[in-house]
Design a protein. Structure first.
Length: 310
């Protein structure tokens, strides 16, 4: 009977866990809807901004199309921005980013890593914890306060463009001052509710080719249109390029945020189904054990009766 009690306790525990996973799935679905609306609302804006820059770049000569963020230096000091989540229970979502970040550091930037000139800007606690365990140099998102001092930013506690803009400005300032020569971003792109794709792209420096490499934008802007620029094209480009970089970082974080909720919803849905299967198996085991116990008791009673008759 002790065995039956253990099985009943386990069934009760699995059912309680199943209720939790169901609730977490519903919460993730609600958060996913908001996150999906945010990234889908941002993409047209980012696309139009790229379109404006593309139009400007086509009206400018290669000599005029310059920016301090296009300076291609030897990558002696490298920063990798790894975007994960603050919480787990979302399948391989965080692990994939950490693996990709480690692979990028150890393959592409092995020399910088060996010299101690490579660091990770970790957006999300899971990236910080995972990379710190591997003893890599990690830094947190930062912004400058009123006194000009750097202070930590909790990105996902208040996911807004203002917070990301401040963090991006610190990175841009460090690139301009020569503190870092190359910046890479690794994040999960939101494809749909159940699909996320790890993306790795160079954030800084940008190249003139990368400004004009969007075939979709070129098709939309294929018609020949003459514009009057005020102020000059060079001044507008100087203003739009850093803005575009900030939008690019913000869009990557929004992508990752939506992908996180999609991954968590899928993981909790799978966990709920697994719990259901486990409950069925435990119930079958319980019924078999109970039947065996009843059969044993019947045999004992019959055996006792036969002994009395003898």
């Amino acid at each position: 009977m002790a065995n039956l009690k253990e099985i009943r306790t386990r069934i009760s525990t699995v059912k309680s866990t199943q209720q939790i996973t169901k609730a977490m799935k519903m919460v993730a679905a609600a958060k996913l809807r908001r996150a999906q609306d945010a990234i889908e609302g941002m993409r047209p804006y980012a696309s139009m901004l790229k379109g404006i820059i593309d139009n400007l770049s086509r009206n400018m000569s290669s000599e005029d199309l310059t920016s301090e963020f296009m300076e291609d230096r030897s990558p002696e000091k490298v920063l990798i921005i790894a975007i994960t989540s603050d919480r787990g229970l979302c399948g391989a979502f965080n692990g994939n980013i950490i693996k990709a970040a480690v692979a990028l550091a150890e393959d592409k930037y092995a020399d910088q890593l060996a010299k101690g000139n490579l660091s990770f800007l970790t957006i999300g606690k899971k990236a910080s914890e995972g990379l710190a365990r591997r003893e890599y140099k990690t830094i947190f998102p930062q912004k400058r306060n009123a006194q000009g001092e750097l202070e930590r930013v909790e990105v996902f506690q208040n996911l807004s463009f203002a917070n990301i803009k401040d963090t991006a400005e610190v990175v841009l300032d460090q690139f301009k001052s020569g503190e870092i020569d190359r910046v890479e971003i690794i994040y999960n792109e939101f494809i749909n509710v159940i699909t996320q794709a790890v993306r790795c792209k160079q954030f800084l420096p940008i190249s003139a080719d990368s400004i004009e490499d969007s075939s979709e934008i070129k098709e939309k802007n294929s018609s020949s249109v003459d514009y009057l620029f005020e102020p000059s094209e060079e001044e507008i480009m100087e203003e739009l390029i850093p803005k575009s970089l900030k939008i690019q970082l913000y869009s990557s974080i929004l992508d990752s945020n939506a992908a996180e909720h999609g991954a968590r919803m899928a993981a909790m849905d799978q966990a709920t189904e697994n719990a259901e299967e486990l409950v069925k198996e435990l119930k079958l085991t319980y019924n078999k054990s109970r039947q065996a116990a009843i059969t044993k008791e019947i045999l004992e009673i019959v055996g006792g009766a036969e002994a009395l008759n003898a």
